[in-house]
Design a protein around this ligand. Sequence first.
Ligand code: TGC
Ligand code: FAD
Length: 392
Amino acid sequence: MKPDLFEAPDYYNLDELLTEEHKLVRDAAREWVKRDVSPIIEDYAQKAEFPKQIIEGLANIGAFGPYIPMEYGGAGLDQISYGLIMQEIERGDSGVRSTASVQSSLAMYPIWKYGNEAQRSKYLPKLASGEWMGCFGLTEPDHGSNPGGMVTNFKDKGDHYLLNGAKMWISNAPFAQVAVVWAKDESGRIHGLIVERGMEGFTTPETHNKWSLRASSTGELIFDNVKVPKANVLPNKSGLGAPLGCLDSARFGIAWGAIGAAMDCYDTALRYSKERMQFGKPIGQFQLQQKKLAEMITEITKAQLLAWRLGVMRENGTATSAQISMAKRNNVDMALKIARDARQMLGGMGISGEYSIMRHMMNLESVVTYEGTHDIHLLITGLDVTGLNAFK
Ligand code: TGC
Ligand code: FAD
């Protein structure tokens, strides 16, 4: 792969909206991605393997639980810092950002928000340091966009619960020590259970043949009469709103992360357009190529403003789920369109692993699907503005 020459676009001087701490956190993540991710990520994506050696670096830049209080091993940062870390990691690769956002928002967040003190102190420090990795089991083979229909269930057996069912498309599943699993009790109410690797009847087969997020490990969670201690149920919230609350946090991170992927595609295409000569001119001198670049930087700038404003609202506790949903949808769609245009600007080189664009483009096909598909997010906004529910 080509050396990482990335220069971040900031067309509206958005750095002026950031604090010194934000910039320090972002720059540390940016340097780490340049040093430890960019040189290896193409090889790992080609061989469809998660680079486990970067787990320690992810922990060091605060990517595991950026906003979790320091008493539990988190970095104790604010929401914009969380977003900026996700942006920088996804600038390197969406699959690496997936690993970090699942760990933070889908494994640590529910234990922090819905768990008791014993659960927080047992799991959070180990997840923050990367000693343990976590995953989040919501999606099932027959229930993706409609998680409320899940059939995974647990029965009260006196001194323990007996868990049965299956989850699929689970990021980090093949190597996670801890799974936060959503299942129905005997009355049909959804609860979160912490399932640990090694519990009898619990297996995590890897999903192969992905053309997207190849450097992220995806698998199934299979529960065949798994005895789960009663102490492993998250006591402080139940119902579908519990997993959906975790998704709010993860979707917020994705809204920032997608900007990173878009910035990398734009920056690569801009540089290429000044170097690549055709018809005796740099291709960047042709109006059709300039149109693409002008639209890209405009859309990136709008997405940056959306994400920053959402960060402010998330930090002061006023961001609604529908507002988060809009930013996830808009920013991922923006990144995917930019990746497709940038790929065309590189001509044949656009399909080569010499450049990051095709990898970003394929990755973003997953990002636009997981955490709620583009169409599901359109319907969430539709419901919010009309008051009419397309899901019922
Ligand atoms: P609905 O009737 O609307 O809601 C059920 C209950 O949940 C409450 N609620 C929320 N609570 C907190 N946060 C939110 N965002 C919430 N949205 C809804 C709601 O108030 C209600 O509470 P209550 O007390 O009245 O019961 O639910 P529905 O069945 O109609 O479904 C709504 C829908 C379709 C929007 C929702 O289910 C949905 O978002 N579907 C998409 C599924 C999805 O996003 N799955 C993601 C799986 S995890 C993943 O993809 C990880 S990818 C790896 C990575 O991030 O890198
Ligand atoms: P479906 O729900 O079957 O949707 C198929 C199509 O129908 C989509 O286009 C959808 O938009 C459309 N559709 C569905 N309902 C409606 C409707 N009401 N109106 C209009 N259109 C509709 N899940 C987890 O729980 N944990 C994870 O860690 C995780 N990681 C993932 C990693 C990867 C790489 C991928 C690809 C997925 C991951 N997922 C994870 C699952 C992901 O959240 C689901 O794939 C996603 O929610 C969509 O569900 P589905 O694939 O079953 O599609």
